[in-house]
Design a protein around this ligand. Structure first.
Ligand code: HEC
Length: 257
């Protein structure tokens, strides 16, 4: 019989050795699991739906951050508001007869609320009236004039659908007349350079043009075909935007040139 078998001291030592080895393994295992958690060795257990969701959220995050670097929410809404405002103010075009306005409609309200423009200040000679004409403005005007030329002749000589612009006292006269004709159109008899014209349909309003385009085309006709007059400024057009939507103007409503 083994003499150590019944020695309690040896048994206790064997037990303590075993406990020590067990503790050592436990510590090593804990270290491995801890390091694994920190460095992500084991990966996540996730469903295919989770994985697909992760990809979608990732893409969404990338798009959001890309957009955030381009425009802020405030900038975007400012632009959208601006465009909407421009669209609203560019409509409607002039209407043929006042009775075509529906009472209580947006158009009726807009016309009732439109402030009366101060024609005197629009037509007052500008301090820089003699300044040389900006060639860039003439370029804008020339491009716009393609449409006008269809009725008024490409050299402003007049034609079967419009009176002449060359040598017209209206063209070199008060700016407010010219802006009103662009924004509301014109009908009824008109005397141009001593000759009476009366076109059945008159001139259609061309309020779809921007203030810069209208200023450009008016500056262009005032300084082409032998005409010479001061430039028209976009602000002079802006000041009369309230005219948009009113019926075609008549000569009686204009300032005598
Ligand atoms: C659809 C044909 C047509 C187009 C396009 C047109 N007009 Fe007219 N325009 C007329 C007619 C017609 C009259 C005269 C209206 C009347 O009988 O009272 C007129 C009158 C005028 C007058 C005052 C009279 C004069 O001869 O000086 C000016 C200024 C004028 N138009 C400028 C323009 C400009 C600038 C454009 C382009 C942005 C333009 N028109 C586009 C037909 C047109």
């Amino acid at each position: 019989m083994d003499p150590t078998r019944d020695n309690p001291l040896i048994r206790i030592k064997a037990f303590i050795d075993g406990l020590g080895i067990f503790t050592l393994f436990a510590v090593i295992l804990l270290l491995i699991v801890g390091a694994g958690a920190i460095f992500g060795w084991f990966g996540k257990t996730e469903t295919p739906e989770d994985a697909a969701g992760d990809i979608r959220y990732g893409i969404r995050k990338e798009i959001d951050s890309a957009q955030a670097t381009v425009l802020t929410k405030e900038q975007i809404s400012a632009v959208v508001g601006d465009v909407a405002g421009k669209l609203a103010s560019s409509k409607p075009l002039a209407i043929e007869k006042p009775e075509q306005i529906v009472p209580g409609s947006d158009t009726a309200k807009k016309l009732a609320e439109a402030p009366a423009a101060d024609l005197g200040s629009i037509d007052a000679p500008a301090a820089d009236a003699d300044a040389p004409i900006d060639p860039a403005v003439m370029e804008i005007g020339k491009a716009q004039f393609m449409v006008c030329g269809a009725c008024h002749g490409q050299n402003g000589e007049g034609g079967p659908a419009g009176p002449p612009l060359a040598g017209s006292e209206w063209v070199t006269g008060p700016v407010s007349n010219l802006v009103i004709i662009q924004l509301r159109g014109l009908k009824g008899p008109i005397t141009v350079a001593g000759k009476v014209y009366n076109f059945p349909a008159g001139m259609t309003p061309m309020a779809y043009q921007t203030d810069e385009q209208i200023a450009g085309v008016l500056t262009y006709i005032r300084n082409s075909f032998g005409n010479k007059a001061s430039a028209v400024k976009p602000e002079q057009v802006t000041a009369l935007r309230g005219e948009v939507g009113k019926p075609q103007a008549t000569v009686e409503e204009l300032t005598k040139p």
